[in-house]
Design a protein around this ligand. Structure first.
Ligand SMILES: [Zn+2]
Length: 269
């Protein structure tokens, strides 16, 4: 059924050790599975250069890799006094090469341990400002933080929107992001029967608002808990989505590609 259809993984940490140690053979398998584009979010200073060079080195005609630059809210302890300046500089230099800024965002679950919400807000705001200044999309990480994020997005009024990575939430929350020009990243979450509220939302939102992702090596699919996730699972996420939506598989596959193209215009097709 997936013959002739092509897929984009809009969020995969290919530079993490779990995936990077056998990258050529993994990418070969991705190609055979009709995955033709993979977006590599970065998490902070420690992997900015790795994401950039890995994308350059391992992109081929059949499968292109697209890095992002950003600071993930889990890794703020890595930051030094010049990290924000360095990020701004690297984004300026690579603004035509990167798919997006990210991943960036607010995570209120880690906040319980680290008490760093104010810093998370400051760093996310800085990245939103960069997204606005360079008309780049932004990939947004959220956990129990829809209210914070929606308020900040409304205030910032980005021109290019972005992707709400691993969207989970209600139909109303989904609509708030869609109204702000964002797509919803659909990954392994939809394979879990307990994700009832999210499944209902994904079923109802316009097809034009969805993009596929794996978040590999994180977020294993239902039935694969405890294992490293793989970008090859993208096809299973797609199958799960076709079970939820009413449109035909072909229609869904084409729409997903159009959606990612429109939200990440630096990914040339
Ligand atoms: Zn991620």
């Amino acid at each position: 059924m997936t013959n002739r259809l092509r897929f984009t993984d809009s969020h995969c940490h290919l530079d993490f050790d779990a995936l990077s140690h056998e990258l050529p053979s993994l990418l070969e398998q991705c190609q055979q599975a009709h995955i033709h584009k993979i977006v590599i979010p970065s998490i902070g200073p420690r992997n900015w250069h790795k994401a950039l060079t890995l994308a350059q080195k391992h992109s081929s005609k059949q499968l292109t890799l697209h890095p992002c630059l950003g600071i993930h809210p889990w890794f703020l302890n890595d930051l030094t006094a010049d990290s924000l300046d360095n990020l701004a500089h690297l984004i300026k230099l690579n603004r035509n090469e990167i798919a997006a800024i990210g991943e960036a965002g607010i995570d209120r679950v880690i906040d319980n341990e680290q008490q760093n919400l104010a810093q998370q807000i400051e760093i996310f705001d800085f990245q939103l400002a960069l997204a606005k200044a360079y008309s780049l999309p932004i990939i947004v990480h959220h956990r129990r933080s829809h209210q914070d994020i929606v308020a900040m997005l409304r205030q910032k009024q980005l021109t290019n929107g972005g992707i709400i990575h691993a969207f989970s939430g209600s139909y109303q929350q989904a609509c708030q992001y869609i109204d702000l020009g964002f797509k919803l990243g659909i990954g392994g979450t939809i394979t879990y029967p307990r994700a009832e509220k999210t499944l209902k939302a994904i079923k109802r939102v316009p097809l034009t608002s969805l993009v596929l992702e794996t978040d590999a090596p994180a977020m294993p699919l239902y039935g694969f808990q405890g294992q490293d996730n793989s970008p090859l699972q993208l096809i299973n996420v797609f199958q799960a989505l076709t079970n939820i939506r009413l449109e035909s598989s072909t229609e869904i596959a084409h729409a997903l590609e159009e959606n990612v193209k429109s939200v990440l215009p630096n990914i040339s097709f």
